[in-house]
Design a protein around this ligand. Structure first.
Ligand code: M6R
Length: 614
């Protein structure tokens, strides 16, 4: 998704801006741009390029513009295709004011028509350009800069974080935040601005997260913070905890591979963290032990991989806590009827803690005064700030767009939490919680060994073989169905192989028509004997139609394996942890298939790491 970076200080800043943008590259984008004020005459200078950031870097070398006040942007197209004209920054009519923006201005069409009528000329198809022109006209009609900003934010609808610089006020920068994140790294006589703290994590130790619906006027040695009514607000600084050094590939060809291999450590770290938190957990997440004991239902919400983790966790909460659990896709939930249930707790699951739909679903639930908990991997995220409580997975920074270690640590945290709730409700004893922690340590081992045992065969035989099929079907039943959805997502997003997932029992209700010799059918087994037998029957149905069967099975499941062209066999594990046990191997197979196909694995086309627009 789009990223913004800015600098106000006493040093030339182009290198910082470009490096900051490159650190946020993993989030996904399709064009990039840079603007600064000339250090002597304050003239607005800019450079934009379509495609990769390297194109912008090359272009900037040819026109070596630089300044002490500068902004940069990587754009993920929403309004208008990926062209140089649509790339940010955007300008007012006189090109004296420049804007970079994350988010969407929902009422851009109406505003544009009004502005055209009053003589403004637009050059791009973007919603962002509206901000520049509207601001230009408001500055003319207001006595104060602050008054113009208050009027501006009152007219803009949608979610946005933008930065503006202007020739007329050359020593300052305007930062505005509604829904999308924006923060300021406070240095010694210089300010580093970005949509993600990672951009400047090694430059300073102090950060100010602009609160939602606030704006800031920033100079090299001063910040003024205001709410959207123009009331002055105090500055609450926080320490920067992110470590940029931990974000390197460490010798791996791709971040995704590195992150697949970090899962064992990440699961351990998550269990250790939660175990330490355990005695004080309810205080930490701002819910009373009594509320936990009285809970009647649990609701889970997320998008993409996090939604799959939620679907799997439904089995945890229903089996371990005996609590009816509802799982919703955030993008759907927001527009459905919402019925407040008594004694309910809402858990939002999100690696980034910034996904627009999940965040809005969380906000919607917050309005109903229901306890909310965010399970996220990013301590500085908006969900951490806006949920009543939060639990941080200890995956470490996940760079690859395809989620791997975030998924496995979400499952770890949710499995642990289900046990902790069950303990509070008197359903299990303290030693059961300890055993659950041990089971998670065992699974971390199984996950990693699964990769190691099949690594050579996958590299040499299986990945080249399965890379030749351009479509596939994924099947699971019971707890392996949401896992099969996650597996299908992993394969399609990084290899672009079409992968459709069904609950295996649905095969004969339609999808069976798709099966022939050219269709690999990936089947994810379970150990429950009854469901296993049903899955064997479904596999036979697919096999009988010529389907090319690939199974992920557990030791002793010879009948299932005998139907398969390829089988991966894992040791028997706790039934609720089957998805976690299979995840490393599944991710690794998808990774190697994409690698054979020469795909851009860490940054798949059209995708963004953090989906901060709806
Ligand atoms: O940051 P989030 O977990 O909220 O992101 C939600 C999805 O965009 C994300 O899980 C996506 O599906 C994965 N990156 C796919 O691997």
């Amino acid at each position: 998704m789009c990223s913004v970076v800015g600098y106000v200080g006493t040093h030339f800043s182009r290198d910082y801006i470009l490096e900051g943008l490159s650190r946020l590259e993993y989030r996904g984008y399709d064009s990039a741009g840079f603007a600064c004020l000339h250090p002597e005459n304050n003239r607005l200078l800019y450079c934009k390029a379509k495609g990769r950031l390297s194109n912008l870097i090359e272009k900037c070398k040819q026109s070596p513009i630089d300044g002490y006040v500068a902004i940069g942007h990587t754009r993920w197209s929403t309004h208008g295709t990926s062209t140089e004209i649509n790339a940010h920054p955007h300008f007012d009519c006189n090109k004296t004011l420049s804007i970079v923006h994350n988010g969407i201005i929902e009422n851009h069409h109406d505003l544009k028509q009004q502005l055209i009528k009053t003589g403004h000329t637009f050059h791009s198809d973007t919603d962002t350009e509206i901000i520049a022109h509207l601001f230009e006209s408001l500055i003319l009609t207001h006595n104060t800069f602050k008054g113009a900003v208050v009027d501006l934010v009152n007219q803009l609808r949608g979610a946005y974080a933008f930065i503006s610089i202007s020739q007329d006020l050359p020593d300052q920068m305007l930062l505005v935040r509604k829904r999308s994140p924006l923060c300021i790294g406070v240095g010694d006589g210089q300010m580093f601005i970005a949509s993600d703290v990672l951009a400047f994590a090694d430059k300073t130790k102090k950060v100010l997260f602009i609160p939602d619906e606030h704006f800031a006027i920033v100079k090299h040695d001063m910040i003024e913070l205001y709410d959207f009514k123009g009331n002055s607000k105090p500055l609450i600084m926080q320490d920067i905890t992110s470590d940029w050094q931990a974000h390197q590939k460490n010798g791996h060809e791709h971040y995704m591979l590195k992150e697949i291999y970090e899962q064992k450590r990440a699961i351990h770290a998550t269990v250790d963290f939660l175990s330490t938190l355990s005695p004080d957990l309810w205080n930490h997440i701002d819910i009373s032990a009594e509320q936990i004991r009285n809970l009647k239902t649990i609701s889970l919400v997320g998008c993409g991989t996090s939604w799959h983790a939620a679907r799997i966790a439904q089995f945890f909460f229903e089996t371990i806590c005996k609590l009816p659990t509802k799982v919703q896709l955030a993008s759907e939930m927001r527009y459905m009827h919402f019925f407040k249930e008594p004694a309910n707790m809402h858990i939002a699951i999100s690696q980034s803690g910034e996904t627009a739909d999940t965040l809005e679903a969380l906000r919607m639930v917050n309005d109903f005064d229901i306890p909310t908990l965010a399970i996220t991997n990013v301590a500085s995220s908006t969900m951490v700030r806006e949920a009543d409580g939060f639990i941080l997975t200890q995956a470490g920074h996940e760079v690859a767009v395809a989620s791997t270690k975030a998924f496995s640590t979400q499952l770890t945290a949710l499995y642990w939490l289900a046990h902790r709730i069950a303990l509070e409700r008197g359903l299990i004893e303290q030693h059961d919680l300890k055993n659950a922690e041990q089971d998670l340590f065992i699974i971390a081992e199984v996950l990693e060994n699964g990769i190691e045992n099949y690594k050579r065969t996958i590299q040499k035989v299986l990945a080249p073989k399965y890379a030749q099929f351009n479509k596939s079907i994924f099947l699971g039943r019971h707890i392996s169905y949401p896992f099969a959805m996650e597996a299908a997502l992993k394969l399609k997003e990084i290899s672009y192989i079409f992968a459709q997932c069904y609950p295996a029992g649905e095969l004969k209700h339609g999808p069976l028509a798709l099966i022939d010799e050219q269709m690999p059918v990936y089947i994810f087994s379970v150990q429950d004997p009854i469901i296993y037998q049903k899955l064997v029957a479904n596999t036979q149905e697919a096999k009988a139609r010529g389907g090319h069967i690939v199974v992920f099975a557990f030791e002793g499941q010879d009948e299932l394996c005998s139907l398969a062209e390829t089988s991966f066999v894992l040791p028997r594990v706790k039934t609720l942890l089957e998805p976690l046990a299979m995840s490393g191997l599944m991710q690794y197979l998808a990774y190697e298939i994409a690698n054979v196909l020469g795909c851009e694995i860490d940054k798949p086309r059209n995708l963004a790491k953090s989906v901060t627009v709806e």
